[in-house]
Design a protein around this ligand. Sequence first.
Ligand code: IDP
Length: 139
Amino acid sequence: MGELTFSIIKPDAVQNGKIGDILKMITDSGLKIKATKMIQLSRVQAEGFYAVHKERPFFGELVEYMISGPCVVSVLEGDNAIKRYRDLMGATNPADAEEGTIRKAFGASIEANACHGSDGPDTAAIEVPYFFSSLELVN
Ligand code: IDP
């Protein structure tokens, strides 16, 4: 089994009808989708998920944005999946993201930037079970 990482297609991209385009970019890159589902985050879930950012000035707005509509959460697998998915997402600010990245194609702003991906193995190990039980991951 390859490395696992956790992905969110954020509310702006879902609202703009980009679920299929983004999942296609993920699978075209060679990453495998081990699990995926559409959810509406509660305020408590969003605050818990972004707890590492709670001292940052944009925390309140980030939580409001993340609960503004449904998200698509997924578990991705592949060799070096964490870094590969971060590279596919592009820079946090879509204005700085390279051609061919998800954020360049679909991100609207530094906040509404289309996607989330775990930033390291420790984070992935927390984020995957935050949203998925092991029974939900296909073999
Ligand atoms: P990342 O998603 O590229 O790992 P982080 O710095 O971990 O970036 O920030 C988490 C999320 O917080 C970003 O994806 C974005 O939605 C939001 N964010 C980051 N910086 C800002 C900012 O300066 N203003 C508003 N929202 C921000």
